[in-house]
Design a protein around this ligand. Structure first.
Ligand SMILES: *[C@@H]1O[C@H](CO)[C@@H](O)[C@H](O)[C@H]1NC(C)=O
Ligand SMILES: *[C@@H]1O[C@H](CO)[C@@H](O)[C@H](O)[C@H]1NC(C)=O
Ligand SMILES: *[C@@H]1O[C@H](CO)[C@@H](O)[C@H](O)[C@H]1NC(C)=O
Ligand SMILES: *[C@@H]1O[C@H](CO)[C@@H](O)[C@H](O)[C@H]1NC(C)=O
Ligand SMILES: *[C@@H]1O[C@H](CO)[C@@H](O)[C@H](O)[C@H]1NC(C)=O
Length: 658
């Protein structure tokens, strides 16, 4: 059956190619769509791209070139990247294009390596990235309709695009750069708003800044229903779909919107995303090479999503609904691993590409070496509640009802909500969020003693005990904003009132916490919290108070080529956040899985100074009895067994079921 199938597509291939080979008068540095011959034209020649997605925002800058070179050596002639708005404009009007955010440098490197670029500058990107790339400060206008003609949203978009697109313009192919096509919005047909005026407005903004010549396109799921609201006159409609299905049928959705022009799969899934608490996703190489070969045989343009996934460092992961945050690793089971390592999938894909275009001679750059720095002894630095004065730069805000992160001008991390127990709770009394308004997880203590954990959609009630006047603390964690669907207006913190027994709680002190600043400026070490080597935080109910732990390791002398990349393990630890030398590596949650180790890139390590590991453990540390450690090893573990849960039964490649 499959032989017959590929035989048919080979016939189709020769027809497509022979027509496309007609050469139109060569124009230097031009890139356009040839509707007559169903292909792209680059400098007048028929052109087809074979591309892979790489997100510069998920890879340390020092590794950009290595990863791009590996993509080039796989036979790709293009890459695709998103530009996440919230990565560059973290507060309104303050733009950051330096270091790991230097997208112009990334584009230049791609060109230097010999790769063209398919650019996806949003403003919304999805991408399993916090709020789909939209800055959370947009939510300051409480009822803003994101991704629509809402005037406040449009004003912010126009300002951002007015900053970004002029940086991009010199990198357009027409202007001597690598960018061949530019996507407008992202899978807009999957969004409820269906606001054509918004798409029209974006188109005019893109045209205004980038000119009339550049090919603008849209991407939507490969179904006619998605293309209805996702495509627009003047924007070339493309589709996305994964391996294993009927390629001809999938492209027929694109043909419905674009009867002529090149076939384009803008996201051909080489793997799939993960969520905490769900089985690690893997996608068989067998399916990938089969579908890839079919598409290339049809003359189609293909972008492989992802070619390298990389890492959601810090707090950058997004979440799907019903609320399910993505882990720190964005490995994606892609042909290059999170750490940029070559896999069997990489070589299998290269072998398919080789059948369709000449690929560069020689081997790809090798996988980067890893080093096992071994065990690092950790000790208690201080609990969060003892360190409040250090962590809360401005001190508490007094408020009758709880405030959200946005109302506190805090976007990421943790906020501590404090009130007093108003009545006798000497018998276990339910503390509840009746409207499911703990976004996203609250570590609850009474007089500093842990009482339980509330979790969005999962645990809306716990029992606490206490007496009137006791201090009731909730340390609330933002676990990542929803990046897909109609719930992207994802407010964080206590977003509704809590009840204790039958009573609503009020009169709060709310502490906005600057944990990252306190760690990178060394403030927690200067606090004089008086912890000794054997101190442990208050414990009860199998929980320990949220607390910081610290440890140091020295990179050995006399071993060439150190520092090297490594993976950090958390034996006995439950859930938290980890920093090395002040760099926020991300969240660890081996207790839920499937991710167990975190990738540690060499560039954050020092060979001349002791390296500082700081752990914020939220649930329970392994530090009693005896020693507790973190361990640096050479092997990643992303696929630990998770407890199966019917709610988690999501399907591969079905975004509508995310
Ligand atoms: C794939 O889809 C096309 C178009 O819908 C159809 O003609 C063809 O029979 C399908 N192939 C298989 C193997 O199901
Ligand atoms: C709270 O305590 C009551 C009384 O002891 C008990 O019936 C109930 O199951 C507990 N609820 C939770 C959520 O633990
Ligand atoms: C909390 O309750 C008060 C009074 O019932 C109400 O005015 C307020 O809007 C509520 N706050 C939230 C965030 O729901
Ligand atoms: C680790 O912390 C110590 C003490 O705060 C500091 O002197 C040292 O420079 C830090 N190491 C690195 C690599 O930043
Ligand atoms: C995780 O992946 C490794 C390496 O691919 C494999 O050997 C192991 O069996 C997997 N573990 C689980 C629990 O699936």
């Amino acid at each position: 059956m499959s032989r017959m199938g590929s035989g048919r597509s080979l016939v189709l291939l020769s027809i497509v190619l022979s027509i496309c080979e007609v050469t139109v008068a060569a124009v230097p540095q031009s890139f356009s769509i040839d509707y007559k011959h169903d292909c792209f034209r680059k400098d007048g020649e028929a052109f087809r791209y074979i591309s892979g997605s790489i997100h510069y925002n998920r890879i340390p800058r020092v590794y950009w070139k290595d990863r791009l070179l590996k993509m080039y050596m796989a036979g790709l002639n293009a890459i695709q990247t998103y530009i996440p708005w919230n990565f560059h404009e973290q507060t309104p009007g303050h733009y950051d294009f330096s270091g790991d955010r230097d997208v112009a440098h990334f584009l230049q490197l791609a060109q230097d390596v010999g790769l063209l670029v398919v650019l996806r500058p949003g403003p919304y990107i999805c991408g399993e990235w916090d709020m789909g790339g939209l800055p959370a400060w947009l939510l300051k206008k409480r009822n803003i309709v994101l991704r629509s003609s809402d005037p406040d949203y449009i004003a912010a978009v126009d300002k951002w695009m007015g900053k970004l697109l002029p940086i991009i313009k010199p990198f357009l192919y027409q202007n001597g750069g690598p960018i061949i096509t530019v996507q407008v919005e992202n899978e807009y047909g999957s969004y409820f708003a269906c606001d054509y005026d918004y798409l029209r407005h974006l188109t005019s903004v893109f045209r205004h800044h980038l000119g009339d010549e550049v090919v603008l396109f849209t991407t939507d799921g490969a179904g006619v229903s998605y293309l209805k609201c996702g495509s627009l006159q003047g924007l070339y409609a493309t589709v996305d779909f994964g391996p294993g299905g009927n390629v001809t049928a999938a492209f027929s959705a694109q043909r419905h919107a674009e009867p002529h022009g090149p076939l384009v799969n803008s996201e051909f899934y080489t793997g799939w995303l993960d969520h905490w608490g769900e089985k690690h996703s893997t996608v068989s190489t067998t399916y990938i090479v089969k579908s890839l070969n079919e598409m290339l045989s049809m003359g189609a343009n293909v972008n492989m999503y992802m070619f390298i996934g990389g890492t959601n460092f810090g707090y950058w992961n997004g979440a799907n609904t019903k609320y399910a945050p993505q882990p720190t690793s964005y490995d994606y089971d892609a042909p290059l691993t999170e750490a940029g390592d070559l896999t069997d999938k990489y070589f299998a894909i290269r072998d398919v590409i080789k059948m369709h275009r000449k690929i560069p001679d020689g081997p790809p750059p090798p996988s980067t070496p890893k080093y096992a720095y071994g065990s690092v002894k950790m000790s208690l630095l201080t609990t969060v509640s003892k360190a409040l004065k250090t962590l809360s730069f401005a001190g508490p805000v007094k408020t009758k009802y709880p405030l959200t992160f946005i109302e506190l001008n805090q976007l990421f991390g943790f906020v501590l909500y404090r009130t007093t127990v108003p009545m006798d709770c000497s018998k276990p009394t339910p503390l509840s969020s009746p409207l499911n308004g703990v976004n996203d997880r609250a570590y609850v203590s009474v007089n500093g003693v842990p009482n339980g954990i509330l979790e969005r959609n999962k645990v809306l009630t716990i029992n606490i005990t206490g007496t009137p006047g006791d201090q009731l603390d909730l340390l609330v964690e933002n676990m990542g904003r929803i990046n897909y669907g109609k719930e992207i207006n994802d407010f964080k913190g206590l977003v509704t009132n809590l009840t204790l027994g039958s009573q609503e709680l009020y009169n709060w002190e709310v502490f906005s916490l600057s944990i990252d600043e306190a760690i990178s400026e060394g403030l927690l070490w200067q606090g004089g919290y008086g912890e000794t080597a054997s101190s442990t935080p208050p414990r009860s109910n199998g929980l320990a108070s949220p607390a910081f732990y610290t440890g140091r390791f020295i990179i050995p002398d006399g071993i060439p080529d150190l520092p090297q990349d490594t993976y950090i393990h958390f034996p006995g630890w439950k859930k938290g956040q980890v920093w090395i030398n002040g760099f926020n590596l991300g969240r660890y949650w081996p207790d839920r899985g499937p991710q167990v180790t975190l990738f540690v890139p060499a560039n954050i390590l020092s060979t001349s100074l002791p390296n500082n590991v700081t752990v914020l453990e939220l649930e329970s540390d392994p530090c009693t009895p005896g020693l507790c450690t973190v361990e640096f090893t050479t092997v990643p573990v992303l696929n630990a067994t998770v407890k199966s849960h019917p709610h988690y039964a999501r399907q591969l490649f079905r975004k509508d079921l995310l």
